[in-house]
Design a protein around this ligand. Structure first.
Ligand SMILES: Cc1cc2nc3c(=O)[nH]c(=O)nc-3n(C[C@H](O)[C@H](O)[C@H](O)COP(=O)(O)OP(=O)(O)OC[C@H]3O[C@@H](n4cnc5c(N)ncnc54)[C@H](O)[C@@H]3O)c2cc1C
Length: 372
């Protein structure tokens, strides 16, 4: 039996404030997307609203949001502006990770930096690790005071405004995690980011040239009792995009008059909307279950959240594709939000773990396949 107590009052207040802010973010999302510009003002507003303090667990100096509160906050954000939601998620994942992994050493410092408004980014994916971003293939080389890293990290959301990166590399054959203060002369940004979707995340390629990985900035590996920011947050990005895509579809279907009747009156539209809306509701429910399991410290939370991401990634694309069909050529115009939702929905499937990697994990688990 899962316990669903009401959210604490402080979380409800934060959610109300973020919902207010999100209305403004929705108005500017298309322009940031068009310019592929980081919505820095949105990120500052989220910090001022207390979102960074809230996502930092109590045991490392924050106020500690519940998983359910975190999931609600991110869905609201992603429905308004999926790029803002993605950068904030990656920032929160990197900052909370650094504070937790170095808790016995520099953790309080990283926590203070987050609370002071400093920005963090995840530099974990690398060319040879594919989707397995926690299994770095690049070796750190021992050097005075620690190690150095030469190589590349890919798709680092918000890298250009980061004050700290969390970077992983292999040390003695095992993954090791480090904080790297930015800017650092040995880290250069390679301007590859001109994408189809989530354009305002500016998830750039970083080149490392003998970058110091200082021993005092080294943390332990992620553990099961850490606040699981990224696995708990990624389903919300796709669910928020799907909610926004469905809202845009409904608005179009109700407003577009064809042969004297709104498009919403056509039976094929009703049938198809019933199908995607029901599946979207199921994806939300599965996600809510995973969040409640996580709040109740049930070990099943991780497999549930993985299934929630898998389902959410796919449903978001289905809703957005239906939006394009219902939108017709007018939904295909740049001025319509429908095309942006489709582009953003596609990105959800790529972010690790991708739907292919998760399908392999879930399928092996269901079929009880234990060997490779
Ligand atoms: C918008 C966006 C933001 C991102 N932000 C960040 C960030 O802030 N920090 C960060 O570190 N990373 C980030 N990433 C990277 C992301 O999480 C993935 O790790 C990365 O995209 C994987 O590389 P790739 O997309 O080139 O795909 P590839 O790894 O080249 O995958 C190609 C295909 O192979 C499949 N595949 C890959 N590996 C496996 C495997 N082991 N088993 C089976 N199939 C596999 C994939 O599913 C895909 O279908 C971001 C990506 C996107 C799109």
């Amino acid at each position: 039996m899962i316990d669903h107590p009401p959210l604490p009052e402080a979380e409800v207040k934060l959610l109300d404030r973020v919902t207010e802010l999100a209305a403004g973010f929705a108005d500017t999302a298309a322009a940031y997307d068009e310019r592929a510009e980081i919505p820095a003002a949105n990120l500052r507003a989220l910090h001022e609203a207390g979102a960074d303090r809230a996502v930092l667990p109590e045991w490392v100096g924050g106020t500690g949001l519940s998983y359910r509160g975190f999931g609600r906050l991110l869905r609201v954000l992603a429905a308004a502006d999926a790029s803002t939601a993605t950068i904030w998620l990656m920032h929160a994942g990197a900052a909370v990770g650094l504070a937790e992994f170095t808790r016995e050493t520099l953790g309080p410092f990283f926590a203070e930096e987050l609370l002071a408004g400093k920005r963090f980014a995840n530099a974990l994916s690398e060319p040879a690790s594919g989707n397995r971003f926690l299994n770095p293939q690049q070796d750190a080389i021992a050097a005075p005071g620690g190690w150095t890293l030469s190589g590349a990290k890919r798709f680092v959301s918000g890298a250009e405004i980061a004050d700290y990166l969390i970077v992983n590399a292999r040390v003695d054959g095992a993954p090791a995690f480090f904080g790297v203060p930015m800017p650092d002369q040995s880290v250069s940004i390679i301007q590859i980011w001109d994408t189809l979707g989530l354009r305002a995340t500016r998830s750039q390629l970083l080149a490392f040239d003998e970058t110091p990985l200082r021993a005092e900035y080294r943390g332990r590996a992620p553990g099961p009792t850490d606040f699981q920011v990224i696995p708990a947050g990624l389903p919300a990005i796709s669910l928020g995009v799907a909610d926004a895509a469905l809202a845009a579809l409904v608005a179009h279907a109700r407003g577009r008059i064809i042969l004297e009747k709104p498009l919403a009156h056509q039976q094929w539209v009703q049938f198809e909307v019933a199908d995607v809306e029901s599946r979207l509701a199921a994806a939300h429910a599965l996600y809510d279950r995973g969040l409640s399991e996580a709040d109740n410290r049930l070990p099943s939370f991780f497999p549930t959240l993985m299934r929630a991401k898998y389902l959410a990634n796919k449903v978001a694309v289905e809703v957005a594709q239906l939006g394009v069909r219902v939108g017709g050529a007018s939904g295909y115009l740049k001025q319509s939000p429908i095309q942006r939702h489709l582009r953003d929905a596609e990105a959800g499937q790529l972010m690790a773990y991708s739907t292919e990697v998760m399908a392999g994990e879930i399928g092996r688990e269901v079929l009880q396949v234990t060997d490779e």
